[in-house]
Write a protein that binds this ligand. Structure first.
Ligand code: HEM
Length: 116
């Protein structure tokens, strides 16, 4: 149940992030702001469900990979947030996108192949 919720919330986060990014590029700032607000609420849900999942691994004493996965998940969220806030100020986001893509690969690798 927690895992399904987690997957649903981060899927929604990716959709909202991409939509928010394109509305920002298109100069549609009102729509972008609303989507960004909903995205922030969704980030909280991703984090709450993620922490709950990590806690199951602590109960089972196999917490190393779950903790690493959680930290890269948090890094991913921070990068999405920074890309949108820096984009609003028209600042460069190249490094942030690079970190985001690396974090996605690591998060999916640990999520599906290490923790399964
Ligand atoms: C946007 C951010 C995130 C993405 C894209 C993401 C992605 C994933 C993926 C792909 C899985 C594997 C799902 C499956 O096995 O069906 C997963 C599971 C997991 N996630 Fe996240 N996650 C994110 C944030 C977080 C955060 C912030 C935490 C912890 C604070 C976290 C903790 C976990 C844990 C512990 C699992 C393992 C569950 C299990 O297989 O038993 N995740 N996540």
């Amino acid at each position: 149940m927690w895992l399904h919720a987690h997957v649903g919330f981060w899927t929604l986060a990716f959709i909202l992030f991409i939509a928010s990014y394109f509305f920002q590029r298109a100069g549609q700032s009102t729509v972008q702001k609303v989507l960004h607000m909903i995205l922030r609420l969704d980030f909280i849900l991703v984090i709450i469900t993620g922490i709950r999942l990590v806690s199951f691994y602590y109960i089972g004493h196999q917490y190393v990979w779950a903790t690493v996965k959680g930290l890269f998940g948090l890094l991913l969220i921070v990068m999405m947030e920074l890309i949108l806030t820096r984009g609003n100020k028209n600042k460069g986001t190249g490094v942030l996108w690079t970190i985001l893509l690396i974090a996605i690969v690591i998060v999916f690798y640990i999520g599906y192949f290490v923790l399964g």
